[in-house]
Design a protein around this ligand. Structure first.
Ligand code: MSP
Length: 510
């Protein structure tokens, strides 16, 4: 059995969860479920990033201790996971002892090896971004970009990690592993970034300026820079679990690829003598009116309300169907409703309803065997084989939006098959040929539904189980074996009805 370890970014607890956080969890969950379906032993980690200036500031504003503040907000992030049907195996908080211990050990190791040194530093500092800035960060007119907030010049003695000396090594690693970063155009951006010389990384903050962090083991009047602390969660969570590290994939958003994940992290691991992860998946942003969605933009509509209104499956389906992993997507409720109504309620919902209704009406609720193979059946069988053969590589290549599109084309074709065979007409005829065709059409639509449903399992796990339940199907342990057209359903008793995706109640008229 293959071991497969996948992680999400750990979310800052200085604000409540929003759509961007939810999307990343759902995307990672879909990959984790898919790998489990393919037979891997999966370990799926997510969690929260609790240290740093922003948390300290938010806690102060609220008049509570940073720990109390982090406890409250972390609980909110944690509560989101079951709501979204996320199948994570672990949840890490960077204030946990297991994490602090590993951060301390790695810092000490790097310090003992001479890879961390103390130096005086004078420079421009952005409190909002918690980083020193460089001349190249300035706007062309000499001012500092808005994202840095207030910028002040300060002098500080700090600890630095020797990042620079690993620049050529990192370029070599990326060149030798051209698929380290998905999508590949992002890998090119990283290599572009690495054409400029790197600076060593300031990994400490004096306690007088920032208290809320992990103390440096060799200099307790300093705390660890929040990124150096946070990145290590991926390792600290599994340090005691033999055989899990290295991660196969880190799933993150494009904003935290360069430099933290694509530069600091591989170099930190390499310097500490730890194996590197298989790669990094950098997804795009959910936008509203062209701007990145976040809590601070105060978007009136909270997309997470859709989960309560329409259920986790529909929400997950929309996110995965709409976004091409790596690109940005505009979020609108209208677009959600279009997909909900036309793809879920009409297309898939109809196929389920027709299968149940007609089997009850024409076969006393028991699925018959297919007896005839004519052109309509042959075409559907061939389309299934083509769909499956196309969809599996799309899944493997993270092209989930396209995989769902193909899967739903097959659902559409199955509904068209039903129109063509018109079982309601065949049911009126007493002729033996028509009765055989009727039984064939019932068996065919049910089998097509079972197969399409198998391809929806990772995205809509609850709907998947409910559909199988109403057609009396218990999938075997081998998911890939489920993907062959056959007669598994023959003789199954179907349920009366199933409303999978209820029509939204129209807004009350004024
Ligand atoms: N704490 C750091 C990550 C540390 S990982 C060792 C952080 N936290 S965050 O809360 O700001 O963001 C968490 C994740 O959510 C990031 O991967 C980020 O890209 C993602 N998203 C936040 N807003 C987003 C959108 N509007 N759209 C999609 N994802 C975005 O960064």
């Amino acid at each position: 059995m293959n071991s497969f370890y996948i992680t999400t970014a750990i979310d800052y607890v200085n604000g409540s969860p929003h759509l961007g956080h939810a999307y990343e969890k759902v995307l990672t969950d879909v990959i984790a479920r898919y790998r489990r379906m393919m037979g891997d032993r999966v370990h799926f980690l997510t969690g929260v990033d609790e240290h740093g200036q922003k948390v300290q500031q938010s806690a102060r504003k609220r008049g509570v201790s940073p720990q109390q503040f982090a406890d409250e907000v972390s609980a909110e992030f944690r509560a989101l996971l079951p709501k979204l049907n996320i199948s994570n195996d672990d949840f890490i908080r960077t204030t946990e002892p297991r994490h602090k211990r590993v951060v301390g050990e790695i810092l000490q190791r790097l310090f003992d090896q001479g890879q961390i040194y103390l130096a005086e530093y004078k420079g421009f500092y952005s409190t909002r971004q918690e980083q020193f800035l460089q001349e190249k960060d300035r706007n062309p007119d000499g001012t500092w970009p808005e994202i840095f907030g207030e910028v002040t010049e300060i002098t500080e003695r700090n600890y630095f990690f020797k990042l620079k000396q690993y620049q050529d090594w990192l370029i070599g690693h990326l060149t030798a592993h051209p698929h380290f970063i998905f999508p590949s155009f992002r890998q090119k951006q990283v290599l572009e970034f690495l054409k400029e010389p790197l600076n060593d990384l300031c990994i400490s903050r004096p306690r007088e300026r920032l208290e809320w962090g992990i103390p440096l083991p060799f200099a307790p009047d300093y705390v660890t820079y929040v990124w150096f602390d946070a990145l290590l969660n991926y390792y600290s969570a599994v340090a005691d679990r033999p055989g899990v590290w290295p991660a196969n994939w880190h799933v993150i958003g494009k904003d935290i690829l360069v430099p933290p994940h694509a530069v600091y992290w591989p170099i930190m691991l390499h310097a500490a003598g730890l194996p590197l992860p298989g790669g990094i998946i950098a997804h795009g942003w959910w936008l509203q009116s062209g701007a990145k969605m976040s809590k601070s933009t105060g978007n009136a509509l909270n997309p997470l309300d859709l989960v309560t209104e329409f259920g986790a499956d529909a929400f997950r389906y929309f996110l995965i169907r709409e976004m091409n992993v790596g690109q940005d997507s505009e979020f609108t409720r209208e677009q959600f409703l279009v997909r909900y109504n036309s793809e879920l309620a009409n297309n898939l919902g109809n196929l389920v309803n027709r299968t149940l209704n007609m089997t009850n009406r024409f076969a006393a609720g028991v699925l018959p065997a297919a007896e005839v193979t004519e052109d309509p059946e042959r075409e559907l069988h061939a389309l299934w084989a083509a769909t499956r053969d196309e969809v599996l590589p799309l899944w493997a290549g993270f092209q989930f939006h396209a995989a769902l599109e193909r899967t739903f084309q097959f659902v559409t074709a199955t509904n068209a098959y039903i129109e063509k065979r018109a079982p309601w007409k065949l049911g009126k005829s007493a002729e033996a040929k028509d009765q055989a065709l009727l039984r064939t059409s019932l068996a065919t639509m049910a089998e097509a539904l079972r197969l399409a449903n198998a391809l929806l399992r990772a995205v809509m796990p609850t709907a998947h189980d409910r559909i199988n339940a109403v057609i009396g199907h218990q999938p075997g342990a081998d998911w890939q074996a489920e993907l062959h057209w056959g007669d598994r359903l023959t003789g199954n008793k179907v349920a009366e009805a199933l409303v999978l995706f209820p029509r939204p109640t129209p807004p009350a008229k004024a």
